[in-house]
Design a protein around this ligand. Sequence first.
Ligand code: SF4
Ligand code: MG
Length: 337
Amino acid sequence: MSFLEVKDLRIHFPTDDGLVKAVDGLSFSLERGRTLGIVGESGSGKSVTSLGILGLHKGTRARISGEIWLDGEELVGASPERVRALRGKKMAMIFQDPLTALHPYYTVGEQIIEAYRVHHNVSKAAARRHAIDMLGRVGIPQPDKRVDSYPHEFSGGMRQRAMIAMALCCDPELLIADEPTTALDVTVQAQILDLMRDLQREVNAALIIITHDLGVVAELADEVLVMYAGRCVEHGTVEDIFERPEHPYTWGLLGSMPRLDREPSERLMPIRGLPPSLINVPPGCAFHVRCDYPDRVGERCRTEVPDLLQTGPGHALRCHLDRAERRAIWENEIRPR
Ligand code: SF4
Ligand code: MG
């Protein structure tokens, strides 16, 4: 069994307008030391998946089914207390906005000390030394002084680092980062990504990066899972997804990615239309209303949900187009020259 195994995960939210199927039958696995990028437009279920793995929907109205195995322990059926005990220590999350994780009324040091002492029976002084050490490791200058600063006294990039220090203070074996760099300027982004890579290497953690930024994925991930309307539509190695992508939605994401090697005259090609409502997911292939190729398949695109099928070693795909046709379209019509 892999270090992390997610099997047929469903996370549905009852609302006044109907059932929101935010995640609808998601399966994947991840080994220690590996990085998985989960990509897709907003509303595709990426963030809901990460909160689900961390057990943060427990006790809410969400209906959760399926299995999440972390290091041999099943979490969907586990008690909220058990999952809370694992959170922070065994698994941790870096949020998009550091202010969702850092409390404004406590110093950065107090918050790291608290997070550490929840899981370790050590003195305050020892925990403080650990907090200073962590702040130093994430590149905060003069950590012995900055440990007593409040979050608002830090710049955006420093707050992001402080939150990473807090997420990593107990050496989590699974780290989930949700849009970790979106709010930061390019230089700080690069530093934060380097930092996550170094720290991952140090503790051999499994890392999940959730983002709509394919550049970040190309930089950091070993594997990529493409989500659309709460389901995985393509999953493969980073080479599979960038060199031989097979799903029309993946082609669309790649086509709308800014690239340095592209001529300024080659305009970006956004995917037409909008992501579907998760209350009324289109029948058949959920992407068919935006896809350019259902005519090459026929009625099935509109009536039959494609299965997620293996198309190569470690490469899986959910699309009715036949293999020869997919490859021909990619080679002749889509692939950048
Ligand atoms: Fe397009 Fe049909 Fe493939 Fe869906 S199944 S992505 S509609 S070709
Ligand atoms: Mg999100």
